[in-house]
Design a protein around this ligand. Structure first.
Ligand SMILES: *[C@@H]1O[C@H](CO)[C@@H](O)[C@H](O)[C@H]1NC(C)=O
Ligand SMILES: *[C@@H]1O[C@H](CO)[C@@H](O)[C@H](O)[C@H]1NC(C)=O
Ligand SMILES: *[C@@H]1O[C@H](CO)[C@@H](O)[C@H](O)[C@H]1NC(C)=O
Length: 588
């Protein structure tokens, strides 16, 4: 446009004073213009040429800005305004319509995090935590469904029927089902399709067939365990309790060993032809256990339990809307959503036009039950103390009793010991410390956060692109799930397991634990999970008044990397959470 060899006396003005890296990037412009003959034309047009440069400079600046904030801008514009309908108010004040003032514990760190995020906005690099850091992770392949020549002999399984009523929510029930499969095999019994107990906490009448595909389950497990849908008619009418066939938690220790089952349960089974485990959960320990039974558990959890099409379909809607395209990308997608995602990879221009498709799923375990039970303090002073004490008195009478007789541990001590659930604020600081950009698309699992919206403020101030199933689905899509908390939890399970990155705040939670196991099993070494160590984090955050941001970042990154190391399942560890072991996965 500028044609020939015009001489410019001054450096292009528009690079002056720019703090961004433009002078470096476009340094080629500087002084590269050969001296040409001054002519009248130039003098005449100097003004307009300078103007052109200023204009072009602005254009470059704008363009570059657009590229670097593309992620966030794109997401923001394509989403409905961030609603918080997914985050339900738990506290009384909110119900009365009184706005609670936000509770912050780390104002200084929050400020540092905000400025760090603003700075990152202008850099092209993305956080390395989108990838799994350890290559060894991809050496482990799923293989719990392989056929074994030494498969258990099945001729003698005539010891009777096992009936199981699983308690708890979706994920506890899942564990119970697979433990029941192992117990049935151990006792050479026929397993009746597990029932789910109705609980006053979860208030969900869903049964096995409302959540999992019965036929698929029976087909996958039939070679190893005898399964029936119902008890035979002659056994149905028997008074289970009267004949002593009811087995409750009082009859079996937690994490019982096979020998406990042989001793306690087998005689009853042989005598009455059936036993009923009422409130069956984690009543089967992980070690020591014959590897055949361990394999069964693994096969059950990772291969036999598939969500029903109703859940898969809406689960796929969630994932499509977050990713903005509908192609299945990984084995994880295929396993969880089945055929509801197309197998066609997205066209390149679609991805470009539709913007980024990466997302991070966060399971923030900060519900009031957990918060109250922990006995920790979360910066809410007297109001919070009273509120949580009232909740404990109402819901945890046993805890209150225990507290009366035992020596109290101070909330400060509890925090040091890593016993306190992470607040939304802490979760946000960890993500910022790991280098996730402000525009990161975050799917928030669960919903009834303690403190409601005002508790989330510090998080959303760092990461505004927060979505939940309630914001991604229309009310009519959500309606068939409304009264079924387990089915809603299944949607969260899907969105978390198929996320590019999954972040948890509490590794003890069943959802987090099962989701991370799934990602280990089917993720092929490219489905990272972020698992903070609460004790280490507490130590880092205890320096919140003085620590520099760089130092904070380093320590948080080290902590998370430590949790991502590729290890073989340790003795006594859950095979559902850590499937990297010979009974579950094959190492190549
Ligand atoms: C189950 O059957 C196997 C193979 O027939 C046998 O070795 C085992 O002792 C039986 N166990 C029980 C508890 O009946
Ligand atoms: C959910 O339950 C409420 C009352 O418990 C009832 O009024 C409503 O119709 C139910 N909704 C669905 C979709 O079943
Ligand atoms: C934050 O830092 C202050 C000191 O500056 C300390 O007293 C406080 O305990 C720290 N907060 C937490 C939750 O560790």
């Amino acid at each position: 446009m500028l044609g020939g060899d015009y001489h410019l006396n001054s450096k292009p003005v528009f690079f002056h004073g720019s703090k961004n890296d433009f002078s470096a990037k476009y340094g080629a412009y500087k002084g590269n213009y050969h001296v040409g003959k001054r002519n009248i034309w130039l003098r005449k047009h100097l003004k307009s040429i300078a103007f052109m440069f200023v204009f072009m400079g602005l254009f470059f600046l704008l363009d570059s800005l657009m590229v670097s904030i593309f992620d966030s801008a794109n997401i923001r514009s394509s989403l409905a305004p961030i609603r918080s309908s997914g985050i339900k108010e738990e506290n009384k004040d909110a119900k009365e319509g009184k706005e609670k003032s936000p509770v912050h514990m780390y104002d200084r760190l929050l400020n540092l995090a905000s400025s760090a995020l603003v700075e990152k906005e202008f850099k092209q690099e993305s956080a390395s935590f989108w990838e799994e850091p350890f290559q060894q992770a991809s050496a482990w392949k799923p293989c719990a469904d392989r056929k074994l020549p030494t498969s258990l002999e099945r001729d003698n399984r005539k010891n009777g029927y096992i009936l199981v009523s699983a308690n708890g929510g979706l994920n506890q029930q899942r564990v119970a089902i697979c433990n029941a499969v192992a117990v049935a095999s151990l006792l050479n019994a026929t397993l009746v399709l597990p029932r789910f107990l109705y609980s006053n906490v979860w208030k969900d009448p869903s049964q096995f067939g409302d959540i999992y595909q019965e036929k698929h389950f029976m087909k996958i497990m039939k070679d190893e365990v005898d399964l029936v849908k119902e008890l035979p008619p002659d056994l149905k009418s028997v008074d289970i309790e009267a004949i002593g066939s009811l087995i409750t938690d009082a009859d079996l220790v937690k994490e019982a060993k096979p020998v406990d089952y042989i001793r306690t349960v087998l005689p009853v089974l042989l005598k009455n032809r059936f036993v009923h485990f009422l409130g069956f959960g984690n009543r089967l320990g992980f070690d020591p256990l014959p590897s055949e039974l361990q394999k069964l558990r693994c096969k059950c959890n990772f291969h036999a339990l598939k969500f029903v099409p109703k859940i898969q379909k809406v689960g796929s809607l969630l994932v499509k809307r977050i990713r903005k395209h509908d192609a299945a990308r990984s084995t994880l997608d295929k396993q969880l959503i089945g055929n509801f995602m197309s197998g066609v990879p997205p066209k390149r221009h679609d991805v470009e036009r539709n913007g980024p498709s990466k997302y991070l799923a966060l399971h923030l375990r900060f519900e009031v039950d957990m918060v109250a039970y922990s006995l920790c303090e979360f910066g809410g002073a007297e109001t919070e103390r009273k509120e949580l004490q009232a909740y404990r008195e109402l819901h945890f009478p046993l805890l209150i009793e225990r507290l009366k007789t035992s020596k109290p541990v101070s909330p400060i001590e509890l925090r040091k010991l890593g016993r306190c659930p992470l607040t939304p604020e802490e979760a946000g600081l960890v993500l910022a410390g790991l280098g996730f950009k402000r525009g990161t698309y975050i799917y928030l699992a669960g919903s009834h956060l303690y403190g409601g919206k005002s508790r989330m403020d510090s998080f959303t101030s760092l990461y505004p692109n927060l979505v939940t199933k309630e914001t991604l689905l229309t009310p009519s899509e959500l309606a068939p799930f409304r009264n079924f908390s387990s089915q809603l939890a299944a949607l969260d399970f899907i969105a978390c397991a198929t996320a590019d990155v999954f972040a948890m705040t509490d590794s003890g939670s069943q959802l987090s634990s099962l989701v991370s196991g799934f990602r280990t099993y089917y993720g092929g070494g490219s489905a990272p999970t972020l698992r903070p160590n609460k004790k280490r984090l507490a130590a880092i955050l205890s320096e919140n008044g003085t620590i520099e941001w760089n130092r904070f970042e380093d320590r948080v990154k080290k902590m998370i990397e430590e949790g991502q190391r590729v290890r073989v399942r340790g003795f006594g560890r859950s095979i559902y959470r850590q499937p990297r072991c010979p009974e579950c996965m094959c190492k190549i």
